[in-house]
Design a protein around this ligand. Sequence first.
Ligand SMILES: NC(=O)c1ccc[n+]([C@@H]2O[C@H](COP(=O)([O-])OP(=O)(O)OC[C@H]3O[C@@H](n4cnc5c(N)ncnc54)[C@H](OP(=O)(O)O)[C@@H]3O)[C@@H](O)[C@H]2O)c1
Length: 183
Amino acid sequence: MQLGNVLVFGGTGMLAEATGWIAQHANHTIAFGRDAHKLARLTQKYEAGTKTLDYTDIGALRENIINAYKEHKEINMVVAWIHNTSPKAVSVIKDTLNQLQLHQEWTLVLIKGSSSRLSDIKETQEEKLPNCTVKEVRLGFKIEEQGSRWLTHGEISDGVIQAIRGIDKETIVGTLVPWHKRP
Ligand SMILES: NC(=O)c1ccc[n+]([C@@H]2O[C@H](COP(=O)([O-])OP(=O)(O)OC[C@H]3O[C@@H](n4cnc5c(N)ncnc54)[C@H](OP(=O)(O)O)[C@@H]3O)[C@@H](O)[C@H]2O)c1
């Protein structure tokens, strides 16, 4: 599988394994994050390209996307697990790339996970762009004999990889129902 040029936001923590898989299947990967140690670990372990960015700084977010586009000529995929500390980040990513590459097909993989609000997980990106395929990964929990538990890092990464590889617009990792049975 060839993913082309990929930008990853929020992929240096629990999602590091998926970012590593992406780096192995992409021409170029840039994983963005704030923590220099996590970025260095990603480069050492998976040879992933990394850049320092706080995505709450919307100007810096836009600038980094423009720079990545200038460097690689096209961006084929964006994988984003963005906290609600930066509510505008996803639309800035979409708008910026749309302006830069109006005639380029690209895929946006959005990861949604919250321990408290089901609406945050189920909410769908309303605005559709003609050249952008949006795939949403909803993180749930696991129900087992002894009770329920949150997903492991491995399960989260596997779910994201499955979403990237497949054609489904929605991937639910674990279960979201019954929501009151979450840990
Ligand atoms: N459903 C489940 O089973 C499950 C399991 C675990 C977690 N969750 C949920 O997943 C969410 C994320 O958890 P977590 O934060 O502990 O995940 P994490 O993967 O450990 O860290 C968040 C990722 O986002 C990046 N990030 C966060 N703020 C950033 C910013 N302002 N700028 C750039 N990068 C930023 C971090 O990079 P830096 O550290 O470099 O900033 C890191 O890569 C929580 O809401 C949690 O409830 C759900």
